[in-house]
Design a protein around this ligand. Sequence first.
Ligand code: ZN
Length: 143
Amino acid sequence: MPLHVVCPHCHTTNRVPSERLGEAPDCGRCHRPLFTGKPISLTTADFDRHAGKSDVPLLVDFWAPWCGPCRMMAPAFEQAAGQLEPRFRLAKVNTEDEQMLGRRYGIRSIPTLALFAGGREIARQAGAMGAADIVRWAQSVVR
Ligand code: ZN
């Protein structure tokens, strides 16, 4: 079964056989790795493609530069990306730059983690978490 995976660099939707997901696949268009083990930054322009066109669940960290707990959680979120990819795509949305996305999803406190699958939000968790808790939470939602 091919999975749709959106490239974090050029945002092209790739078809990757599910059994090859763990073999460090490259993007068919820009030839860069589809998974880098690091969270990607999403803007309003890219967000819908990654949330809606990908078969890989998208775990989003809604944050802002002025938020201390957000900055404290950043290394944990990055560490979680290394453990959760390629089963999940981890992304960060700067709610100060992308205010429309924060409003659309009614983000009232940051940091907030939201998990998207098939274009809709399936779980949300507010407040800073450590890497192990992020990994455990994501895996408990999508088995
Ligand atoms: Zn690409």
